[in-house]
Design a protein around this ligand. Structure first.
Ligand SMILES: NC(=O)c1ccc[n+]([C@@H]2O[C@H](COP(=O)([O-])OP(=O)(O)OC[C@H]3O[C@@H](n4cnc5c(N)ncnc54)[C@H](OP(=O)(O)O)[C@@H]3O)[C@@H](O)[C@H]2O)c1
Length: 308
């Protein structure tokens, strides 16, 4: 096996230009870890939030830091205490950081088996979106017959939340810019434009209001979402840090239930009930461009880095 591998890393907080590609020695997997040869790494907003230092007060990184919380690849070695994977298994998962590289040593508990017919790019785009969408929909108690509003429905988390809610039997009203309305229809949501007047536009489609609302965008829609659902307990956000002011729950998706959620998502993908739009793929040396695009805030689905 290779002795060295290429990885993206940064040694200080800053703009996308702090990302460099360097060679490192292939690590041995530690206890509870597996060594993964990365086939694709999904890009999440948290990747550039960690790189820029924007969240350093809550989530400081250890330098040199490797971006990439979402990963899909092939197990090449297993550490002490790992009995659920063997070399050659195809896996995907949410590992926090380190995925934007040719190899990563990752916690086995945060990985699941990738079905053979799910493309690497799709598997790599799913983990954070799936974990977060399941967490939010569980917290809201979304069920068949209800109407759910997903604000930011064309993004990574939003597009997955729309499809899981549809699978549960809910009617979904999703917000996006005009250019994404046909895309939202293809996911099974009724599209509306986001921004001021949102409650009115939702009521035009659901005259009695909505049962629940999921804010993925964090762009100030909470008062209108509370209005259209009839109470702050019917709304959750993953991105608006003023949630408390509005009496709304801020949801943080931890790693506790990740494997089960990945397995449920994989089954939905195989059954054709969950799709993921991969907006663009990048090489390792283009990782800075991927961060710039994500930071722009208008990705449809996911961006994915493919080590090549
Ligand atoms: N708390 C947690 O556990 C957790 C977990 C995951 C993510 N997050 C956070 O949740 C947010 C979303 O994550 P993501 O991965 O889904 O991001 P993303 O994929 O980058 O989201 C991009 C989407 O946001 C939409 N958008 C842009 N401006 C909007 C607005 N004003 N109102 C509604 N939608 C708007 C865009 O639609 P158009 O192109 O049509 O404008 C685009 O499709 C990020 O801030 C991320 O850090 C939190």
């Amino acid at each position: 096996m290779l002795k060295t591998y290429r990885t993206v890393q940064f040694t200080e907080y800053g703009g996308p230009e702090v990302l460099q590609v360097v060679e490192r020695e292939v690590p041995l997997p530690g206890p509870g870890e597996v060594l993964v040869e990365v086939r694709a790494a999904g890009v999440n907003p948290l990747d550039w939030q960690l790189r820029s230092g924007a969240v350093a007060a809550m989530m400081p990184v250890a330098f040199p830091a490797v971006p990439g919380g979402d990963v899909a690849g092939v197990v090449r070695g297993v550490g002490e205490g790992v009995s659920d994977f063997v070399a050659g298994d195809e896996v995907f998962g949410s590992i926090g950081t380190g995925g934007c590289a040719e190899f990563v040593s990752a916690p086995a508990a945060q990985l699941a088996r990738k079905p053979a017919n799910v493309p690497w790019e799709v598997a790599a785009g799913l983990p954070v979106a799936v974990n977060t969408a399941f967490q939010a929909l569980d917290d809201l108690g979304v069920k068949a017959g209800q109407t759910l509003v997903v604000d930011g429905a064309a993004g990574g988390v939003g597009s997955v939340a729309v499809q899981i809610a549809r699978h549960l039997g809910a009617t979904v009203i999703g917000t996006a810019s005009e250019r994404n309305h046909a895309y939202l229809r293809s996911l099974g949501a009724e599209p509306v434009t986001y921004g001021e007047g949102l409650a009115e536009r939702v009521r035009a489609l659901a005259p009695r209001g909505a049962d629940a609302a999921f804010d993925t965008a964090g762009k100030g829609s909470l008062p209108e979402l509370v209005d259209v659902t009839g109470g702050p307990e019917r709304v959750v956000t993953i991105a608006d840090h003023r949630a408390e002011e509005h009496g709304v729950r801020f949801v943080f998706a931890g790693a506790g239930e990740i494997r089960g959620r990945l397995e449920r998502a994989a089954a939905l993908v195989v059954a054709g009930e969950l799709t993921l739009s991969v907006a663009r793929t990048y090489t390792l040396s283009e990782a800075a461009d991927a961060h710039r695009e994500s930071e722009g805030g208008h990705v449809r689905g996911k961006l994915v880095v493919v080590p090549g």
